[in-house]
Design a binder for this molecule. Structure first.
Ligand code: ADP
Length: 306
């Protein structure tokens, strides 16, 4: 039995249905989206756990029920009696979505305040998956503590996989973000950045430049997504290759394109695929996910469950 632990924040998602006064409720978050697609893509010889912090209220219970109902392990979810989960609201206007967040005081911001609990959750695990959003929401002390635990996990042979997911609004400043993202990359053997974000916030001129920058920070391998453009892969000895992305049948909603790519990539690599094959698998899954609305697209994974 192998085990992957995804670490991050899952929020309640309230969205307008188009019918006045009627909202639907779901759960999403970058690392959760990846965990959900991983659970659906990997066989039952893999456990997929989600590590976060939530409240003890009924809404937090619903999130826990959702995770376990989806087959995601909840044994390492912390419950904090004085907090609850973050929420966001999706407004629809002329087909365009805009987002309002209530997450500044969410329970997940304390997910790393007990580093010993994280170390315990990672005991015996094979892979830890996390993102720049996981890091952004923490206090500086907890960021350093989480980095230390992941670095020890990597030192014991654990595979640490990181999506920088650059969100400057979640950070104290863009400089702070850049500094921590590089420290995070240094403890992660595999980085999965998206070129448009990296070009905006680090000024990279090309996906190869993005990959080289992360490698210079200490990441062994980098896979750079680039929307409909080729995926750039750089392996542990620095060899560069590009993998074309199949043309999408339809682009309906690109929410979770990167998150689902990461899951498709990892599920393939963890079951023996090469980096190139894994990038093809990631692009195939992401191409289906963007063909329908929402972050968690059941049609994209049906028929491919392990
Ligand atoms: P993010 O969602 O993190 O910004 P990208 O936009 O780079 O990530 O997209 C992630 C992956 O989703 C791409 O590598 C590609 O496989 C797929 N994808 C995104 N946009 C398109 C598109 N317009 N056509 C086909 N595939 C796409």
């Amino acid at each position: 039995m192998a085990r992957i632990v995804a670490i991050g924040e899952c929020m309640g998602e309230l969205s307008e249905t188009g019918e006045p006064g009627v909202l639907t409720m779901g759960f999403a978050g970058d690392t959760l989206n990846t965990a959900w697609y991983l659970r659906r893509s990997l066989g039952m010889d893999w456990d997929v756990d989600y590590l976060t912090a939530i409240g003890t209220d009924l809404l937090s219970d619903r999130l826990l029920d959702f995770l376990s109902g989806e087959g995601i392990g909840t044994g390492h979810v912390r419950r904090l009696s004085d907090k609850t989960i973050g929420l966001y609201y999706i407004s629809l206007k002329d087909g365009e979505r805009s987002f309002t967040y209530w997450r500044n005081d969410s329970a997940a911001r304390r997910l790393a305040s007990d580093p010993a609990a994280i170390a315990k959750a990672l005991e015996g695990a094979d892979v830890a998956y996390w993102s720049g959003i996981t890091l952004a929401i923490l206090s500086p002390t907890d960021r350093a503590a989480l980095l230390e635990v992941l670095s020890q996990f990597a030192g014991r042979g654990g595979k640490v996989v990181f999506d920088p997911n650059l969100r400057p609004r979640l950070w104290e400043s863009a400089d702070t973000m850049r500094g921590w993202i590089h420290r995070a990359a240094a403890v992660s053997g595999l980085c999965l950045p998206s070129f448009d974000d990296e070009a905006t916030h680090f000024g990279d001129a090309s996906p190869v430049e993005t990959a080289e920058r992360y490698r210079s920070q200490g990441t062994a391998r980098v896979v750079v997504k680039n929307g409909p453009g080729d995926v750039t892969i750089v392996d542990a000895i620095g060899a560069v290759a590009t993998v074309p992305v199949p043309a999408a049948a339809a682009v309906v909603d690109t929410t979770a394109a990167g998150d689902s790519f990461n899951a498709g990539y990892l599920a393939a690599e963890l079951t023996g695929a090469s980096m190139r094959e894994a990038a093809q698998a990631g692009a195939l899954l992401a191409g289906k996910v963007i063909g329908a609305r929402g972050a968690l697209v059941l049609q994209a994974v049906q028929g491919h469950e392990g």
